[in-house]
Ligand binder design. Structure first.
Ligand SMILES: [Zn+2]
Length: 423
């Protein structure tokens, strides 16, 4: 078998023939030529048989490694004049526009980035983390489900910090499908206006419920003319439950400061590491954390009352109550919190009373906490991994890959390797 034939079968690049293979230092350079004669614009469907000029455009792409060898694909491309995009270098079927990596390598990097930490991806594939970010952006640009904004009824809006120093993304979640469907840089009313512009008046008018945090920015955008003023606004259960979780954490911190100042260090030592025991959901506790809770229970102090109130509050959002039932429990809870002599809980109860209506809206419209919390946890985990990304676009792309309407396929899943030997 000729070496070019062997490499045609090994690399399986769409639309090209291998014409030459050169072994360098650690790198195999594979020269290819396009099978098609027509030139295609990389940004649109436009194709032409006419070259713009005779200037050759040498191009290189990194492909999947072969064993320990790096593989680089090389081709000389032509230029064409697209009526929309002007003079451009022709598209190739095996790589996305503007990429220096082949589609197969893009897909592999995007898949790995949603499952592995960045050091591992960069070391395994011998690429920079920045290149991984770009690969994610390209995959999202071409593979995102175009129908993701259709048939939306119950959505959630949330902001998330993707980097230190107040850099935020606004994300829109489809509660029914349980995924992120839209995102953009920023966190004010204007950012969310961009979503409604993309959605258009007809699809916006079909939205029945929108869940959000307790701030005024998203509310302003949702209720604006032409957006979704008809939608019922619900408090995001995640934020409400977090409000109470934060109050519990404040009580814990106060107690910790008091114990630390005691002459006997035993009390402080026993209390060390209680944070997660208190804040985690009881079903996720480790044995050690469960034991710590039991010992806190025996003390019957303020911290235990605070813990009980957090759990009672969480139970209201378990998703099995009617609006009226939840209303009764919520009022009872607020009354108990206000009598608790724990300032953080008195404050939380006040906020909850003020937002009673939109909290009960969330319960009535079945925006239950479990699913939202699960998605939130997932998104926050992805974002934490993307903290080293260079741009909001790359961080957003990773969120879309990990929690959005994209089915990522690995190269061997998209075009399976033949099971019978080639003739
Ligand atoms: Zn074009």
């Amino acid at each position: 078998m000729r070496v070019t034939t062997a490499f045609n079968r090994l690399l399986r690049l769409d639309g090209v023939n291998v014409v030459d293979v050169v072994f360098g230092i650690g790198v195999v350079t594979v020269n290819v030529v396009l099978k098609r004669r027509r030139l295609v614009c990389p940004h649109c469907e436009h194709s032409s048989s006419a070259r713009y000029d005779t200037r050759p455009c040498p191009s290189r792409w990194r492909h999947l490694d072969l064993g320990v060898w790096r593989v680089e694909v090389q081709a000389t491309l032509r230029r064409l004049c697209c009526p929309t995009h002007g003079v451009v270098v022709e598209a190739v079927p095996f790589a996305r526009p503007g990429a220096h990596l082949t589609r197969d390598l893009d897909d592999l990097l995007a898949w790995l980035a949603t499952r592995m930490d960045k050091t591992a991806v960069a070391r395994l594939c011998r690429v920079s983390w920045r290149s991984v970010g770009r690969a994610c952006e390209r995959v999202v640009a071409t593979e995102l489900d175009p129908g993701r904004l259709d048939g939306l009824f119950r959505i959630g809006v949330d902001e998330i910090s993707w980097r230190k120093h107040h850099k935020y993304l606004t994300l829109v979640i489809d509660h029914d499908r349980g995924c992120v469907i839209w995102g953009a840089k920023g966190k004010d009313a204007k950012t969310l206006d961009g979503f409604f512009e993309e959605l258009g008046p007809q699809r916006s008018a079909a939205i029945e419920a929108v869940s959000m945090d307790l701030g005024p920015a998203f509310l302003k955008s949702v209720t604006a003319e032409g957006h979704a003023p008809q939608a019922v606004v619900c408090a995001d259960p995640f934020h409400i439950v977090k409000l109470v979780g934060d109050a519990l954490d404040e009580v814990r911190r106060d107690l910790w400061q008091t114990l630390r100042r005691l002459p006997d260090p035993r009390y402080a030592n026993d209390f060390r590491g209680s944070r997660w025991a208190l804040l985690k959901n009881p079903e996720d506790l480790t044995d050690k954390q469960a034991a710590m809770l039991t010992s806190l229970k025996r003390t019957r102090g303020g911290i235990w009352r605070a813990y009980e109130m957090k759990e009672q509050f969480r139970a209201i959002f378990a998703g099995d109550l009617t609006r009226d039932q939840a209303g009764v429990l919520l009022d009872a809870w607020c009354a108990r919190a206000q009598r608790s002599r724990l300032p953080p809980f008195i404050k939380a109860a006040k906020t909850i009373r003020q937002r009673r209506d939109i909290i009960l809206n969330a319960i009535e419209h079945g925006i239950s906490n479990g699913r939202v919390e699960g998605l939130n946890t997932k998104v926050r985990l992805i974002i934490r991994r993307a903290y080293g990304f260079h741009s909001a676009e790359a961080a957003l792309a990773l969120v879309m890959l990990g929690a959005g309407p994209i089915t990522l396929q690995l190269p061997h899943e998209r075009t399976p390797v033949p099971t019978s030997p080639p003739k």
